[in-house]
Design a protein around this ligand. Sequence first.
Ligand code: 3HC
Length: 311
Amino acid sequence: PDGSGQRRFDELIAADQRIEPSDWMPAAYRKTLVRQISQHAHSEIIGMQPEGNWITRAPSLKRKSILMAKVQDEAGHGLYLYSAAQTLGTDRDTMFEQLITGTAKYSSIFNYTTPTWADMGSIGWLVDGAAICNQVPLCRASYGPYGRAMVRICKEESFHQRQGFEILLELMRGTPAQQQMAQESVNRWYAPALMMFGPPDADSPNSQQSMAWNIKRFSNDELRQRFVDMLVPQAEILGVTLPDPDLKWNEERGHYDFGELDWAEFAEVLAGRGPANAIRVARRRAAHEDGEWVRAAARAYADKQAELASA
Ligand code: 3HC
């Protein structure tokens, strides 16, 4: 009430220091963090599905064990992030409820389907590549539990990105049919991966405030540019073509120029009308309902322990 909380918060932000759960923070800062961290957690959990789809069909035992480990990492990231969001006073049941009723947002990218094995390569190379580009700066996010969670997550994402690149590399060194499968997959995932960074800066309502609070360190467009610049030389090594006729080096800017993305498609996906939104949410809800017996057993056990303790 005397404004000292706000003053202390402003000082910490100005000095680029961390805000911890027990510190005073503006309600809007708390709210935007819950929004971003819970959306991020949901993305990791829903993100298990497109790849989970290939675990039983991975082409070798080695590929299967790598894919299982990767999907398991994503579950871990999700739980880690739910914990970070909980430190802000939002409980996990509420977040789960929002996810399974389709009211929570999660990354647009996981609403695309994975019809071929090469999609496991594209997800690793492009989707996890974009995730790293976006998330490395989040390791310095002003909210302590979020920034610290990001450090470990980014390390694991680097491994995910490399395994995807390696799947594509192997396909590109294979038969013409395998090369074609890799290229076809890259054609489908390239633009949606660029959209992961969010709307253009002019249409990003949250960016300015999030940057002022040191949650975001770069704008959506800055990170998208960084990602494109990083992809071009990697695509050359792979021997795949990035599906954008407007992609070309701009000597003056020192960056690659690239074509306009289909923001109408992005809006459709965010509105729940992407290729797989309905399947993803239904699957998550079914998994939650199937797990009811575990929660019931845990409650019964806790009740029994409490009864014993009071006896
Ligand atoms: N998919 C779905 N929604 C998106 C989106 C996307 N790709 N990009 C933006 N949005 C939403 C925002 O959440 C916001 O919605 P809201 O106001 O209703 O919450 C709205 O569109 C406007 O966008 P803004 O740019 O104003 O929003 P932000 O400032 O929050 O920026 C962001 C968006 C860059 C995605 C930021 O939230 C962020 O950096 N989040 C953390 C990273 C993250 O969530 N990654 C998830 C995918 S990667 C992953 O999960 C790893 C994989 O290996 C499983």
